[in-house]
Design a protein around this ligand. Structure first.
Ligand code: FES
Ligand code: FES
Length: 192
């Protein structure tokens, strides 16, 4: 798939005021503005398909997913690796996509929230979050789900301490952590 090419180079951070109250952690978020037209071709393997994009060499995966490929299920929270909203799987393990340059990921398998539903069936972890109503505003949810999927791939039957420790880097400003833990427990029981 060839992405819609945005021939821009993002390399300067500025503060941009938010419209409304959609940001879970800041009244202002740091945004990135376009300065030059320098780009390089990349091929990224995302959700089982190769995607060709022209992007700056230092462009982080999060912005390539959202701005170049339209995969907006992965969320921008802090942009600094602190909230987990941007979590995707790299070779099956959760990473913060706001921190990782896309150019470093050639040939590696990237999985986003869009790939969890298969043939009309939600992933067990998605079902679990719905069943336990493990969200309020939902902004953290895709990152939470991706981290939970990573956890259950590593540890099929985690205990509560393992769940809390593994999910600790994912922030929920709405206070739904108890229901998130319950959702991971429920998903683990389906594995068993
Ligand atoms: S956007 Fe917060 S950790 Fe990436
Ligand atoms: S931040 Fe609102 S549901 Fe987690």
């Amino acid at each position: 798939m060839v992405a819609n090419k945005k021939r821009i180079r993002y390399n300067k951070l500025v503060d941009v005021p938010l419209l409304g109250n959609c940001c879970p952690s800041h009244h202002h978020r740091r945004a990135i503005i376009a300065l030059t037209n320098e780009v390089m071709p990349l091929v990224l393997t995302i959700n089982g398909a190769d995607h060709k994009v022209d992007a700056p060499a230092d462009q982080k995966l999060l912005y390539v997913l959202r701005d170049y490929l339209g995969l907006t299920g992965t969320k921008y929270g802090c942009g600094e690796g602190l909230c987990g909203a941007c979590t995707v799987l790299l070779e099956g393990k959760p990473i913060r996509s706001c921190l990782v340059p896309a150019a470093s990921l050639s040939g590696k398998k990237i999985t986003t929230i869009e790939d969890l539903e298969q043939n009309g069936h939600l992933h067990t972890v998605q079902e679990a979050f719905l069943k336990e109503e493990a969200f309020q505003c939902g902004y953290c949810t895709s990152g939470m789900i991706m981290s939970a999927v990573g956890l259950l791939r590593e540890t099929a039957q985690p205990n509560d301490k393992q769940i809390i420790s593994y999910m600790d880097g994912n922030v929920c400003r709405c206070g739904t952590q108890p229901r998130i833990v319950e959702a991971v427990r429920w998903a683990a029981r389906q594995n068993g």
